[in-house]
Design a protein around this ligand. Sequence first.
Ligand SMILES: C[S@@+](CC[C@H](N)C(=O)[O-])C[C@H]1O[C@@H](n2cnc3c(N)ncnc32)[C@H](O)[C@@H]1O
Length: 253
Amino acid sequence: MRNILIIGIGAGNPDHMTVEAIAALNRADVLFIPDKGEEKAALRHLRETICARFIRAPGYRTVPVAIPCRAEAGNDYQGVVDDWHARISESYRALFETELAEGQTGALLVWGDPALYDSTLRIMERVAASGLALDWQVYPGISSVQVLAARHRIPLNGIGTPILFTTGRRLGRGFPADQDSVVVMLDGEQAFAKVDPAGLEIFWGAYLGMPDELLLAGPLAEMAPRIAEVRAEARARHGWIMDTYLLRRRTVA
Ligand SMILES: C[S@@+](CC[C@H](N)C(=O)[O-])C[C@H]1O[C@@H](n2cnc3c(N)ncnc32)[C@H](O)[C@@H]1O
């Protein structure tokens, strides 16, 4: 049996590692460092910094994991993602078999929290279902959404009301009529600028927890053009951007 520790490492600030996550890091024989195309060198560097800062025993072993690219989604989003996950599962299985001996422990360093818009846990189920004898444990991390709320000094939900977590792709269809508070992630298309801004306010953050953190907030009608401009400039300067935001009806506080 091989054992895998799925460790949430926070969304860009090594100070956001939990004590439990640091202890888990120190139990691993091999650290698998995902290298996604969309996650640029700066993000891979954060994982390496975390290992160097928190792992006590010298000479720990890291193994880069090349994450295959996803095909363009087109009309079959679920099918394309399913195919992509199948390919990632195969490459994880091959790595676990070749890089870990029976009885050894590996660690996967997952951005933010593994439960939020991350498929590592789904992929682990697939690897186990493929017949490899495997156990795994999950260590929660500070998500970009928690950092967003902390920086803006706001609760995510109104009193006694629900929050919807969604993607830019879905928000592009319109602000849900039955929701007051909507957290949006994975928005490469500035969907906030496509919804009817009447009565909405936005709390936006990019590079949250990182030295280049950006924060903007205010009525959506006023802020949408400003955020689009700041976002485009920052993206051009860094070559990549990760941003998250809360949209809420102004009547909710
Ligand atoms: C694949 S999801 C992973 C989310 C991650 N599991 C989490 O808990 O934050 C990537 C999305 O998370 C958000 N995100 C992650 N890190 C961020 C950061 N440092 N600043 C702003 N948004 C971030 C962005 O919306 C990005 O498109």
